[in-house]
Ligand binder design. Structure first.
Ligand SMILES: *Cc1c(COP(=O)(O)O)cnc(C)c1O
Length: 230
């Protein structure tokens, strides 16, 4: 199947999963994960309606951003971000999904201030306490929010997680459900500068379960572009 058919199927599956939780297709943002994908294929996806792309490496995002200047695209940083590289993407990125330390938040705030902007970020949470070596412990989120309240050039817009890889998607349901719980509890006890608007969870193998459990951003690569050559 080509990108057109893949995308059609992904959109249909998003719509069906959204219906399970009483929502509409338009309430779920699809971020097409374009890491390792060639420019021609990305252009094809843009021609088919993709408006947001996700990259996990700074250099690759910079190169592609340059090559796709003529496209109206939102760029999402979804991978681990080193502090010394924030400056390269600060004027390119719409949303950073992977903020997991106060040091990184402070660096983003500093660079955003220099660029005279307020940048949207998500906190990456390591819900299952294994698999991913990145992401903050769920028990540290409140401290994080308190410590970053004074940072006026970042806007915390929600939470992100990467579920453990498994063939049995039902195993990841509790992980997504737990993040949604944390999300809702933070929504009720508001913090200055933090709004719980986005819940970024779900990839090709598990996005339907994630949506059923409340995700409103899904990050899908393989399901759109096919298997990545490594
Ligand atoms: C690669 C990646 C994805 C997309 O993975 P697929 O399984 O190809 O859909 C989503 N989120 C993050 C953080 C990734 O690194």
């Amino acid at each position: 199947m080509g990108i057109r058919d893949n995308l059609e199927l992904v959109n249909k599956r998003i719509e069906e999963a959204a219906a399970v939780s009483g929502r509409k297709r338009e309430e779920i943002k699809l971020v097409a994960v374009t890491k390792t994908v060639d420019i021609g294929s990305i252009r094809e996806a843009v021609g088919l309606g993709i408006t947001s792309v996700g990259e996990n490496r700074v250099q690759e995002m910079m190169d592609k951003h340059e090559n796709l200047k003529d496209c109206e695209l939102e760029w999402h940083m979804i991978g681990h971000l080193q502090r010394n590289k924030v400056k390269y993407i600060i004027d390119k990125v719409s949303l950073i999904h992977s903020v997991d330390t106060t040091a990184l938040a402070r660096e983003i705030n500093k660079r955003a201030e220099k660029s005279k902007k307020r940048l949207d970020i998500l906190l990456q949470i390591n819900v299952s306490g294994e698999e991913s070596k990145f992401g903050m412990d769920p028990g540290k989120v409140r401290d994080f929010l308190q410590q970053t309240e004074s940072l006026k050039n970042i806007h915390i817009r929600g939470l992100m997680t990467i579920a453990p890889f498994t063939d049995n998607t039902e195993e990841v349901r509790p992980v997504f459900a737990r993040l949604k719980e944390i999300f809702e509890s933070l929504k009720t006890n508001g913090y200055e500068g933090a709004d719980m608007d986005y819940l970024s969870m779900g990839m090709t193998g598990d996005f339907e379960v994630a949506i059923e459990e409340g995700a409103n951003i899904v990050r899908i690569g393989t399901g759109i572009f096919g298997a990545r050559g490594q």
